[in-house]
Write a protein that binds this ligand. Structure first.
Ligand code: IPD
Length: 289
């Protein structure tokens, strides 16, 4: 009978195979998105007038999930568009694929070239690997727990900056636009600007912004209102590049909480977590039971 260590080794090897499939699947999805990028898009709204979806988001999610499900029928799937269509967003101990078919849908609609496919994978609620494919410049970000993070095969390393007055920070706006939310959002930016950070950028794709932190091009990222499919793959990539991914309360990251601070250094992650005020969003797993 196999020992528990042997079983664990076997599982790890299995996840390596899953990651290879994730890479192939992300590349195939990327081709579809690249082609659709050139054409007129059919746009509709989801939870708010600025929460957008196109026929390509749905098509690509179907393509990704159906091809993975065929290979891994016992695995579970969480996808942005399936969740929007009412499927439960539930993370269990089962091997689970967490998918954003097009991260940067608003960019995609406007032909603003920051658009990615994101595929994360968790087992026992632990993130095992992440694959993010920037469809237009063809940068492929990958990381597997314990094996480092890479972009097109080149190892990634986060920034070692601890001084806020030398930091380049990224954030995203989120879908809520009521006056109280906007006041907190701008107050958070104002506090960081008063700390004399070099700059704050909003690029319209949470996953690609998080990849910039992994590659050291940005020192930190924070956001309220993103989803588990924006976080899953990127969290592994940042951790494997030597970075920190925490909850905005300063505690451990909670994949379903819709909030994140990521930074190259622990100091910067905690500084930002302390400075920013919370914007409350309904958890991703609010409908899980
Ligand atoms: C969104 C984008 C956006 C961020 C949102 C995400 P989507 O993902 O990453 O920049 O502000 O929170 O949900 O809808 O383009 O997949």
């Amino acid at each position: 009978m196999a020992s528990s260590e042997e079983n664990e080794m076997y599982s790890k090897k299995q996840w390596e195979g899953c990651m290879e499939i994730a890479v192939q699947t992300a590349r195939t999805a990327g081709q579809v998105i690249r082609e659709a990028f050139k054409h007129e898009k059919e746009v509709s709204t989801k939870s708010s007038p600025v929460d957008l979806v196109t026929e390509t988001d749905r098509l690509v999610e179907d393509l990704i999930i159906s091809s993975l499900r065929e290979k891994y029928p016992s695995h579970r799937f969480i996808g942005e568009e399936s969740s929007a269509a009412g499927e439960k967003c539930l993370l269990t101990d089962s091997p689970t694929w967490i998918i954003d078919p097009i991260d940067g849908t608003c960019n995609f609609i406007h032909s603003f070239p920051m658009v990615a496919v994101s595929i994360g994978f968790a087992v026992n609620k632990e993130l095992e690997f992440g694959v993010i494919y920037h469809c237009l410049d063809e940068n492929l970000y990958t990381a597997r727990k314990g094996h480092g993070a890479f972009c097109n095969g080149i190892q990634l390393q986060v920034s070692k900056e601890t001084d806020m007055s030398k930091a380049l920070i990224l954030t995203e706006i989120g879908a809520k636009r009521d006056p109280a939310t906007l006041k907190i959002f701008s107050g958070n930016m104002e506090r960081l600007l008063k700390a004399q950070v070099h700059g704050i950028r909003v690029i319209g794709s949470a996953t690609l912004a998080l990849c910039q932190v992994a590659s050291g091009a940005a020192d930190a990222y924070y956001q309220f209102g993103l989803h588990c499919w924006d976080i899953a793959a990127a969290a592994v990539i940042i951790r494997e590049a030597g970075g920190n991914v925490i909850d905005t309360s300063g505690g451990p990251l909670d994949l379903m909480s819709r909030r994140i601070v990521a930074a190259g250094t622990v100091e910067m992650a905690h500084y930002i977590a302390q400075e920013i005020q919370t914007i409350t969003y309904e958890r991703d797993d609010h409908n899980a039971n």
